[in-house]
Design a protein around this ligand. Structure first.
Ligand code: ATP
Ligand code: MG
Ligand code: MG
Length: 383
C-alpha cells in the first residue's frame, strides 16, 4: 500500500492518519515530540525537527506524497521535500497563511474584504500617522508569526498603547488591525484538488471563549446569503492561492458585512463537526486531495454542534484551593445517544490545551445546541 507523509503530529494529524488508514494507506508522521497524538498511531513516527534534513530525506524516500497539519512548518522544509515528492498544499500557499503580513497583503491585493491593517516592522511605523491612521484605533496588535488561540495579541486603544504592546512583543514584526464590532463569526472549510475542483463544507458559526474556539454550530445561524458569500470568498482564496488540500477560512461578520479574519492551510478545528455530520469529513478530503483522488461529497446529513474540550476540566480545586489532576468522568457524555466523543490521546492536560471535542448531531439545529450546551455543562465547562 502507498505511504503518505504528514508533517506535524497533533490532533489534526491524528485524524488524518485515521482517515488515511480507512482508505488503506499507511502514514509516516514527522514530529519532534515523542508523545505526539498522531505519531502514536502512525505506521512510523520520525521523531525529528522540521528542519532535520536527514529525516526529511527519509520521509521523501518512504512516502508517495506529503502534507502538513502544522501551519508553522518552515516553508523551506516544504520546498525541499517538493524536490523529491508531491507536497500539498505547496510551500508558497503555506507561507502566505503563516505570516499575517503576507496573509493580509494577499487579501488586499486580491480585493478580498478584510479589516483595515498596517504592517508594523518598527516603532517608527506606529508613530507615522500616514502609515497608522486614527481609523486603526481601537485596534488589535498581532504578532505576524506563530500566534494561535489568541496568543501574541493585544487590544490597543491608542498609538501609545500600541507602542507599549509592540515593545512587549520584543519588536517582533506585527500587524495592527482595526478592531471590528463583531455580530458573529463563521468559517468555511473546503477542499480543492489538482484540477481546481473545489468542494465547500457547510459554513459553521463559531463562538470563542478567551480567544479559543469553544463551540461551532452548523448550519451557521447566518442568513443563507452570508453563508453562501463566505463560501464564495473561501473558494476565491483557494483559487488565488493555487491551493491543493483542505483549507480553513475564518470570517467576521461586522454590521452585516463579511470580512476574512485569517486562513489555515490545513483542516480546521471548526471543521471537526464534519467527522460525524458529513458524508465525507475534512481529513478524508485532505487524503483525497493529496493522492489525486476525486473529492468526496461534503454535504451534512444533519445539523451539528461541536464543543471543544480544553485541559481546564482535567483540574479540580480541593478545599484549600489547590489544583488536583483528574480525568473528567465521561459517563455523562456517553449517556447522550446523539453525542460523539473524540479524545486526542494527549499525554498531559494543561489549561487551555485542546484535549478533545464532542459533536452532537440532530435533525433539529436548536435541539442540537440545547443538548450540546447541557452536555458541556455536565463535564464542568462553565461560562
Ligand atoms: P486561531 O487559534 O484561530 O489561529 P489566532 O491566535 O490566530 O487564533 P485570531 O483568529 O486572529 O487569533 O483572533 C482570535 C479571535 O479574536 C477572533 O476569532 C476574534 O474573536 C477576535 N478578533 C481577532 N481579530 C479581531 C478584530 N480585528 N476585530 C474584532 N475581533 C477580533
Ligand atoms: Mg490563527
Ligand atoms: Mg483565528
Amino acid at each position: 500500500p502507498a505511504t503518505l507523509g504528514m508533517l506535524g503530529g497533533g490532533q489534526l494529524g491524528r485524524f488524518f492518519v485515521a482517515a488515511a488508514h480507512e482508505l488503506g494507506y499507511q502514514v509516516w508522521v514527522l514530529d519532534p515530540d515523542a508523545n505526539s497524538p498522531a505519531g502514536k498511531i502512525a505506521n512510523r513516527h520520525l521523531q525529528a525537527a522540521y528542519d532535520d534534513y536527514a529525516a526529511l530525506d527519509q520521509l521523501a524516500q518512504g512516502c508517495a506524497a506529503v502534507t502538513t497539519e502544522f501551519e508553522n512548518v518552515p516553508a523551506d522544509t516544504l520546498d525541499y521535500l517538493a524536490k523529491f515528492v508531491p507536497v500539498r498544499p505547496h510551500a508558497a500557499a503555506v507561507a502566505i497563511c503563516q505570516n499575517r503580513v503576507a496573509e493580509k497583503s494577499f487579501l488586499r491585493d486580491n480585493g478580498i474584504p478584510h479589516a483595515a491593517f498596517a504592517a508594523i516592522i518598527s516603532e517608527d511605523d506606529l508613530r507615522d500617522a500616514a502609515k497608522v491612521g486614527a481609523h486603526l484605533f481601537p485596534g488589535i496588535l498581532k504578532v505576524a508569526r506563530f500566534g494561535y488561540d489568541g496568543k501574541g495579541q493585544a487590544v490597543v486603544n491608542s498609538r501609545e498603547e500600541a507602542i507599549a504592546a509592540f515593545q512587549g512583543f520584543k519588536g517582533e514584526t506585527c500587524v495592527l488591525e482595526q478592531k471590528l464590532h463583531l455580530d458573529y463569526e463563521v468559517s468555511v472549510v473546503l477542499a480543492r484538488d489538482e484540477q481546481g475542483a473545489t468542494r465547500c463544507f457547510p459554513t459553521a458559526e463559531n463562538i470563542h471563549r478567551k480567544g479559543i474556539l469553544d463551540i461551532s454550530i452548523v448550519p451557521a445561524r447566518a442568513t443563507a446569503c452570508t453563508a453562501n458569500s463566505a463560501q464564495e470568498v473561501a473558494e476565491r482564496i483557494a483559487e488565488k492561492l493555487g491551493y491543493i488540500g483542505t483549507l480553513g477560512v475564518e470570517f467576521f461578520i461586522s454590521r452585516g458585512q463579511l470580512y476574512v479574519n485569517e486562513m489555515a492551510p490545513r483542516p480546521h478545528n471548526s471543521g471537526h463537526y464534519t467527522l460525524d455530520a458529513c458524508i465525507t469529513n475534512q481529513f478524508e478530503q485532505q487524503v483525497r486531495a493529496l493522492c489525486g483522488l476525486p473529492l468526496g461529497e461534503p454535504r451534512a446529513h444533519s445539523a451539528a454542534v461541536m464543543v471543544n474540550l480544553l485541559g481546564d476540566i482535567w483540574f479540580e480545586k480541593d478545599a484549600d484551593g489547590n489544583e488536583r489532576y483528574r480525568e473528567p468522568d465521561w459517563a455523562k457524555l456517553y449517556a447522550v445517544p446523539n453525542l460523539k466523543l473524540h479524545l486526542y490521546g494527549k499525554h498531559h492536560a494543561r489549561h487551555g490545551r485542546k484535549m478533545g471535542h464532542f459533536t452532537v448531531i440532530d435533525a433539529d439545529p436548536a435541539r442540537a445546541l440545547e443538548t450540546a450546551r447541557a452536555a458541556r455543562a455536565s463535564v464542568g465547562i462553565v461560562d
